[in-house]
Design a protein around this ligand. Structure first.
Ligand code: SIN
Length: 181
């Protein structure tokens, strides 16, 4: 039990879990904000036309809500290897405290992408981020599906994220104006 590993997901790891785990719980981390500031050239975009996916940005006083998974000790190495591969487009492992509530927390890991990685795109106005998301596609599907899945997963957990909400509403507006397929 003590060597089990908690993995915190705040993006696709909330809704696309392709690793074995013993339990999962809604959770949050302190001092970080979720932002669509990471470019994706391997999942939701392609080189030359990257999509935008979420990363963590340091923000004192903020919390980022997501889902935590407890991976049993016997699966830890395999799970980390497969997550390292899945998140290879610029993400690295970050050790951090994962909170279940104000009293209960545990040490764990998350994947985040820093400005030092070549796919990092950084801050942009919401409409600009939304236009990029509305038009990007990659091997894992459309970028628009990514934000829709994230938005719905957060809604299901009653986890408000104003940045995700704003970008999602902008993407919707853009898609409403597109000619029907
Ligand atoms: C995560 O989901 O925790 C990392 C970012 C992503 O893969 O969307």
């Amino acid at each position: 039990m003590n060597d089990d590993l908690w993995v915190f997901g705040y993006g696709s790891i909330i809704w696309r879990v392709d690793f074995p785990y013993l339990e999962s719980q809604p959770a949050y981390i302190k001092g970080w904000s979720r932002r669509f500031w990471q470019g994706s050239t391997d999942h939701r975009g392609v080189p030359g036309k990257p999509g935008r996916v979420v990363t963590l940005v340091k923000q004192t006083g903020d919390v980022c809500r997501g889902r935590a998974y407890r991976v049993s000790r016997e699966h830890v190495d395999k799970v980390l290897t497969s997550l390292d591969y899945r998140e290879k487009g610029g993400y690295e492992r970050l050790a951090l405290d994962i909170y279940f509530d104000e009293i209960n927390f545990t040490a764990g890991v998350a994947y985040h992408a820093t400005p030092l990685n070549p796919n990092y795109l950084g801050e942009a106005p919401c409409p600009v981020i939304a236009r990029q998301i509305a038009s990007a596609h990659g091997p894992s599907g459309s970028n628009s599906e990514y934000i829709q899945n994230l938005y719905e997963a957060l809604q299901q957990m009653s986890a408000t994220d104003l940045h995700v909400d704003s970008v999602f509403q902008e993407v919707r507006l853009i898609e409403e104006k597109l000619p029907a397929k």
